[in-house]
Structure formats: C-alpha cells, structure tokens
Design a binder for this molecule. Structure first.
Ligand code: ZN
Ligand code: ZN
Length: 365
C-alpha cells in the first residue's frame, strides 16, 4: 500500500514522500499510526552518531490502531489500540527468560535497518529499499511491526497521543527505577538530568514511595522536576552537586541514583553521592566515553553497585500496561510533557526538542 513517510536520505534531513509499504508477514501487524513521539535516539540516528544506513525512516515511539494482522497473529486484531516499543528476536535465552531488553540481537534489531527476518518493508518511488528503525519506523502514516513490539492498551485514541513515550523514553526512566532499582519506600534517590527520561524516573520514584527525591538539572528543568515529584532540586551548573546531596541526606548520600543526562562526568558525581550499599544506575548513551572511577573508595568500601539499564529492564507486554494504569490513576502525568506538531512540522519539532525546551515533541498524523 502507498503511505506517507518522512524519509532521511542525508544527515539531519527529512523529506515526506509517498512510499510503498509491504503487507505484514507472519507474526506481524499493520498499524495505522495516530502519533509518534520524538526521542533523543532519533536525533542520534538522523545525525548518524550511530552507524545507520540511509535511506531510513526514523521514529520509534509510534502509537496507533491495528489495521490488519499477518498470518499467525492471535493476540491482536483490527481495531486494537497499540503502543509500539523496541523489537527483540524472541528466541535468544534473554528473550526466552522474559528479558527482551537484553536480547542478543538488540543493537542490530534497533539500528540495523531490517526486521527480524533480515528484510525491509518500505520501498521508494524508484524501487530502492528503505531501512526500518526499531522494527517500526514511526515517522509515517502506517507502520509494520512484529506482534511482540506492538503492545495492546486500553485507552482511547486521544489518550494514545499522550502515551507515545511509554514505548521508549518513559519506559526507560520509569523502568530504571521500578524494575531495576525497586527502591524501598522511604528511601532517597538522586536523578541526574531532567529531560523526559529523568522526569519519568522522578515520577516513578514518587510512585515507589521514595521520600527524598533530588533532581539535578541544568539551566532548565527545575520547575518540571518539582511539578513531577522532586522534593529537592540542585542546579548542577551552579552548585556543588555532591556537597548538596550530602547536605540534604544528613551526610549519608543517596540510597539510589539515576544518571540520564548523557554527560559522562556526571557518572562520577553520581558515585560520589551514594550512601553505603547504594545502587547507582546509568541509562545514558555515551558511546566510548571514559571516566575515572576510584574502585576502592567509590565502589568496594561503600559496597556500592554501579549498574547499566537498557529500555528500563522492561518486558513491555507486562510493563507498558502497568505504566498505562499509573497514567490513568494520575500518577504518571506524561501528557504534561507533550507538545503536538503536524507531520509537515517534523523538522520544527526536532529543532524545538534541541533548543526550545520542549520535553516530548509528538507528531500527530
Ligand atoms: Zn532475543
Ligand atoms: Zn528512544
């Protein structure tokens, strides 16, 4: 079928084109997209900070309605509303254990340009194949996805628009807290970085019952952090972050910390801010950046754990419906992060996410 897609053929550019989208194969679904969020990974892709091949259609926070299902799909049917999320192979030991975020093939499935079976679904007017991102390519009016990365949710189409980020950014921040840390009620947490991922971590810390939630922000983010549940804020550009965290926690440091800023040196500040037996988690994409860590004073002596976390340690079929429940209960007000754009405003939406302080730009189709 013919669909409209924002094709990236050269670094940093989009062209909305009419392209051919193939029918869903076995285990796949065709989704009429309602909206797509823009996540920082989309920027990394279109700016080629990651080794992707063009032409490609980016976008990996799609939401929409099932239009058609391929052979062998029984859990989804036309009319179902779905949140698209990250793909996984479904057969490796991690997928089998219900840990698709650690799929052996995840990097390739996210950025390799192909679906699970090694093929593409989109072709342009000249017959050239177009690469897929995250097994969905949601900057388009329709997407083909696998039934494993199309998560059925019980919301109306208006609510769906606000929930794009549950597929990636919010899943990452909230999952790092609720799935990876599982903080004790009454404990303390520091969240480095107040973008969509960090703010989701703050909302999740409040849900988990953390009593001290310290947000470390830059020139922006203070008001948002307080609105979403932070009990204290620190301007990381002006204040001594570690000293302030120690002061707020009576000299002990924090029990948990989340590093979402993407700035490698803050991982060191995070370790310096930990209480004994603390758990420090990084979700930042920092390529091969190196930082100096003092193994004995920062890790061994205080019995601190320094952990990584991809896509919020999430099994999306379980976790995304949980996040929707929190949203409906008013505990995860992700709609307050969204600003909506028309499809033809996609370049403006990207610009605003970099410069205009928009937390979660959402393209509505
Ligand atoms: Zn796998
Ligand atoms: Zn993302």
């Amino acid at each position: 079928m013919k669909v409209q897609a924002a094709v990236t053929r050269e670094k940093g550019k989009f062209e909305i084109e009419t392209v051919e989208l193939a029918e869903p194969k076995a285990g796949e679904v065709l989704v009429k997209l309602v909206a797509s969020g823009i996540c920082h990974t989309d920027t990394a892709v279109i700016e080629q900070y990651l080794p992707v091949v063009f032409p490609m259609v980016a976008g990996h926070e799609g939401v929409g309605v099932i239009e058609k299902v391929g052979p062998g799909v029984s859990a989804l049917k036309p009319g179902d509303r779905v949140i698209l999320t990250f793909p996984s192979c479904g057969v490796c030991e991690h997928c089998q254990e219900g840990h698709p975020y650690s799929c052996d093939d995840n990097f390739n499935m996210f950025f390799g340009g192909n679906y699970r079976d090694g093929t593409k679904r989109m072709t342009d007017a000249h017959g050239t194949e177009i690469g897929v991102l995250f097994g969905q390519s949601s900057f388009a009016t329709y997407a083909v996805a696998n039934q494993d990365n199309a998560i059925k949710v019980d919301v109306d189409t208006d609510e769906l628009k606000a929930l794009c980020s549950l597929g990636c950014g919010v899943q990452t921040g909230a999952g790092a807290v609720l799935n990876r840390m599982k903080p004790r009620p009454g404990s303390s947490i520091a969240v480095f970085g107040c973008g969509a991922v960090g703010l989701a971590g703050i909302m999740a810390a409040k849900i988990a019952g953390c009593s001290t939630i310290i947000a470390i922000h830059g020139s922006k983010g203070r008001e948002e952090a307080l609105a979403f549940g932070a009990t204290h804020t620190i301007n990381g550009r002006k204040e001594d972050t570690v000293a302030r965290i120690k002061e707020i926690t009576g000299g002990k440091g924090v029990n948990y910390a989340l590093e979402s800023s993407g700035q490698p040196p803050l991982a060191v500040s995070m370790l310096d801010s930990m209480a004994k037996e603390g758990l420090a988690v990084t979700v930042s994409v920092t390529a091969n950046a190196e930082v100096p860590i003092k193994l004995e004073p920062q890790i061994m002596n205080p019995s601190v754990t320094f952990a990584g976390c991809v896509e919020g340690h999430s099994n999306p079929k379980v976790f995304i419906p949980e996040l929707v429940k929190f949203y409906k209960e008013g505990k995860l007000p992700v709609d307050k992060m969204c600003k909506y754009y028309k499809f033809e405003e996609i370049e403006k939406a990207f610009e605003d996410s970099h410069t205009g302080g928009v937390l979660k730009p959402v393209i509505v189709f």
